[in-house]
Write a protein that binds this ligand. Structure first.
Ligand code: AMP
Length: 414
């Protein structure tokens, strides 16, 4: 059999791994600024954990989960999303004693979707959650955090924040009833997929991409008319705050989000440059979910962003090079090179070495990798007890003693 990777999976290396690490660093920096604590959970959990809250009718549960039976007759599932495992971890590790709890995590998720550009079966997500407050300012904080991170990562990209409110339980019951009635009347014009959802989950018809469905949805009842006074106030407070913070947004009445447990605020960032998989980040409030999972009856809100989709939009100039290359012209100088290695490591100076005792090949590698410096070790250097350092941007070349290298590299005036 030909050696290959599993459909929908991808290896991350080269420029992409540089982007991934860059993204993780920016995320961790922003998380630290706001005192979010990192959580890493196992990639598999008991299947029940996802089956209950994601809802009987959610696509994820119906056909997208990777589930298997373990040898002791237990059913396990590779996590399709991070909110549920994070809440499970907060409950089982007693992290809910002091509220609100602010947590974040980065890691792989698994969904058996049809692979295409920006859509994989194993992909990586960034997740942020605040558990234990109903305050609309938590919604504002999380949206503003996502805004800061995306602006830092994608300063030149044209991305748009869409927001909507799904109201509270009463809103959703009333709204679903009226949608079911409306779509039932227009049944003939709907896609087959959507017809199946009229009774079970009419909200999902609103985010169908099928052209006829979109057309019918344009004149469907709008959720805003069903918001209770409390839900309306939450939404208005949120919008006012975003305006004060100068965070641009667009109200999108058809934004419903995939999973059943959302309420009040829902939001997504979309880009025109991602093709059909245009959502970069999505989130919302899920009051009630923590209780469903067996925890206390406290509210929660969070968002998830796909690292692969952010990387697709990032420009390649974000590439971080290994800036110093080493050229050793002959194996005779290995011991001398070891002194240099020790010095560079002690001073935390990153370097690259290609195991080729050949000046020409080392220069050619340094040039194709856009290295900034090359340090040469040859006959002259060895005999004279110095190292030659060439700045590959300016062409300037210097002969330096070992203990002068650090200051030379850090001299910003050059
Ligand atoms: P969701 O949990 O479906 O709201 O997804 C949150 C984010 O994860 C999306 O906005 C995407 O950026 C990303 N994402 C979701 N599914 C996939 C997938 N199959 N492949 C790559 N990224 C994905």
């Amino acid at each position: 059999m030909k050696l290959r990777s599993v459909r929908g999976t991808h290896d991350i290396f080269g420029e992409e791994i540089d982007k991934f690490n860059f993204i993780s660093n920016i995320v961790s920096k922003n998380a630290n600024l706001k005192e979010y604590k990192e959580i890493q959970t196992p990639i598999f959990e008991f299947s029940d954990l996802f089956a209950k809250p994601l809802g009987e009718h959610s696509d994820v549960v119906l056909k997208e989960m990777y589930s298997f039976e373990d040898r002791n007759n237990e059913f396990l599932t590779l996590r399709p999303e991070y909110t549920t495992p994070m809440i499970r971890a907060a409950i089982t590790n007693n992290l809910l004693n002091e509220l609100p709890l602010k947590i974040f995590g980065i890691g792989p998720m698994f969904r058996r979707e049809r692979p295409q550009k920006g859509r994989y079966r194993q992909f990586n997500q960034i997740n942020f959650e605040i558990l234990g407050t109903k305050d609309f300012l938590a919604d504002v904080e999380l949206i503003s955090l996502s805004n800061n991170i995306l602006n830092e990562l994608l300063p030149k990209s044209n991305i748009k924040l869409h927001i909507n409110s799904l109201g509270d339980k009463k809103t959703l019951i009333d709204f679903k009833n009226s949608l079911t009635k409306y779509f039932d009347i227009h049944k003939k014009k709907l896609s087959e997929e959507s017809i199946k959802k009229i009774e079970t989950n009419p909200l999902r018809i609103l985010d169908s991409k099928n052209e006829e469905d979109v057309e019918i949805s344009l004149s469907s009842p709008k959720i805003y008319e069903y918001l209770t006074d409390e839900a309306k106030k939450h939404y208005e407070d949120l919008k006012r705050s975003l305006n004060i913070l100068e965070i641009n947004f667009e109200e999108n009445a058809n934004l419903v989000r995939g999973l059943d447990y959302y309420c009040n605020t829902v939001f997504e960032y979309k880009s025109d440059n991602l093709g059909s998989q245009d959502t970069l980040l999505g989130g919302g409030r899920y009051d009630g979910l923590i209780k469903v999972l067996g925890g206390p009856d406290i509210p929660g809100i969070g968002w998830a962003a796909g690292i692969e989709r952010i990387a697709l939009l990032m420009e390649s100039e974000k590439k971080i090079n290994s800036t110093i290359h080493i050229a050793v012209t002959n194996e005779k100088f290995i011991d001398y090179f070891l002194y240099l290695q020790k010095y560079l490591s002690e001073n935390r100076i990153p370097y690259y070495w290609n195991y080729k005792y050949n000046l020409k090949k080392s220069f050619s590698k340094a040039n194709t990798s856009s290295a900034s410096y090359i340090i040469i070790i040859g006959e002259n250097e060895f005999n004279g007890d110095f190292f030659t350092i060439k700045n590959l941007t300016t062409g300037e070349q210097k002969e330096l003693k070992l203990n002068q290298i650090f200051n030379h590299l850090n001299d910003k005036s050059r």
